[in-house]
Design a protein around this ligand. Structure first.
Ligand SMILES: *[C@@H]1O[C@H](CO)[C@@H](O)[C@H](O)[C@H]1NC(C)=O
Ligand SMILES: *[C@@H]1O[C@H](CO)[C@@H](O)[C@H](O)[C@H]1NC(C)=O
Ligand SMILES: [Zn+2]
Length: 410
């Protein structure tokens, strides 16, 4: 009997379902840990961080890529929630706003204890997996959140920060961002300045994962050379498939491999296809490429959900992860490779970072030179040999007037 057309069509449909089923079966034991999600920023923008505001219920929220039913459907078992504050807070209220974003993440865990477990170490992630909760961790996005202070770095660590993205899309006084590579910003630190290297050493000592998403090529190279622990890109894709400077070039992918680090692929259309449109299959191309160049141990997911405006067809929200896993299985990734990309790679990197940390070592005590900071709204306590800080012109004029007035009166 000759198999007919409809028979083969059925086989094709069944095969497609087979990969989807296999993906779900794998994800039941090995859920996805995503490297970057901006839900906390949406909570600020849409609800002023008021979790009990009407409409903010995470069971029914529909104005975001992320809510509780979608996380469950997507088999999301771990999430680095982004404590992001924009670059225009630099030299202003960056530290305060960062504290508020960490606070809203912690309140989210407290308000939905059946869904989220706020954890701070790799053992905590595994425990949350066992309990079927979303292991929730804090990633601080942008070195400007430190206000150039190792004291602030340590305080943020105490509050649960477990990765720090060295820059967002602006230079800090000690690290250069990716816009240096497009020519839009001037190089300032040549990668990492002397103080920037102290920041990195202190992150290694504490056990804060170094995140190189958003940094310049020179910063990537400096950090990869100096770090005693593996580093990650929490939400970046492959430069050779889309030549955007937010993505990771092949020579850096090879350094990441040497360092046993991780690149968590960003789904933003503009970084996937370098166009306004993209699809799931193109995201799989990035995963394939990173696997080919850096090895399956260097692949992860950092969707950037709720931080971007355009997402690929097939990856519209956090519920779609199993479809992406099915596509990788269809491309003949082994179960072990898929499990690595889902969560084992991140857990390996995180525990290596923990092992490289050493809280018995004395904390770094370097301070940044005062002249490297904007004087605008800063005092100079702690700078005994402080250089003269020019006073604002208004004050100068007033003093001149007062001087003239007093001369006239004489
Ligand atoms: C995804 O987009 C690419 C480029 O436009 C196209 O060649 C490919 O057929 C698309 N794949 C699917 C499954 O739609
Ligand atoms: C941690 O640092 C202390 C103090 O510098 C040192 O004695 C110890 O050997 C270090 N431990 C490891 C595991 O490197
Ligand atoms: Zn980002």
């Amino acid at each position: 009997m000759q198999p007919t057309c409809w028979f083969w069509a059925l086989v094709a449909v069944c095969a497609a379902d087979q990969f989807r089923d296999q993906a779900q079966r794998i994800m039941q034991n090995t859920p996805v840990i995503d490297g970057h999600n901006d839900l906390p920023w949406q909570l600020l923008k849409q609800f002023k961080n008021q979790l009990r505001a009407p409409g903010a219920d995470l069971h029914s929220l529909e104005t975001t890529h992320t809510n509780i039913p979608k996380l469950k459907a997507g088999f999301v078992g771990g999430q680095f929630w982004s404590a992001y504050v924009p670059c225009d807070t630099q030299n202003k209220d960056a530290v305060k706003r960062t504290l508020e974003q960490i606070d809203v993440i912690q309140r989210m865990c407290g308000m939905y204890p059946d869904t989220f477990a706020c954890v701070t170490d790799s053992a905590g992630i595994r425990e949350a997996f066992r309990k079927g909760k979303v292991a929730s961790l804090v990633g601080v996005e942008g070195g400007h959140s430190l206000d150039s202070s190792l004291g602030v770095l340590r305080a943020l660590y105490s509050l649960g920060m477990r990765y720090l993205t060295l820059t967002h899309s602006c230079n800090t006084p000690w690290a250069d961002n990716w816009l240096v590579d497009t020519g839009d910003d001037a190089a300032q630190s040549g990668g990492l300045s002397h103080f920037g290297k102290s920041v990195l050493r202190e992150m290694n000592r504490l056990g804060v994962i170094v995140d190189l998403a958003h940094v310049s090529l020179a910063t990537m190279q400096a950090a990869l050379e100096l770090s005693t622990a593996p580093v990650i890109f929490s939400h970046s894709s492959a430069f050779s498939l889309c030549a955007h400077h937010r993505n990771v070039p092949d020579n850096v992918l090879r350094l990441v491999k040497e360092k046993r680090g991780l690149v968590m692929v960003n789904f933003y259309n503009d970084y996937v296809s370098c166009q306004r449109e993209a699809n799931l299959s193109q995201v799989a191309d990035h995963l394939d490429h990173i696997k080919n160049v850096a090895g399956a141990g260097a692949v992860g997911f950092g969707g950037d959900f709720d931080g971007v405006t355009r997402l690929p067809v097939g990856l519209e929200d956090v519920s779609k992860y199993p479809d992406l896993i099915a596509e990788l299985l269809r491309r003949q990734w082994t179960e072990a490779e898929v499990q690595g990309a889902l969560s084992e790679n991140l857990i390996r990197v995180f525990s290596d970072v923990e092992k490289a940390s050493n809280h018995s070592q004395p904390p770094e005590e370097e301070t940044i030179a005062l002249e490297q900071l904007e004087p605008g709204c800063r005092t100079n306590y702690g700078y005994s040999a402080a250089p003269h800080i020019p006073r604002p012109t208004g004050v100068l004029l007033a003093s001149l007037l007062a001087l003239l007035l007093s001369l006239c009166l004489l």
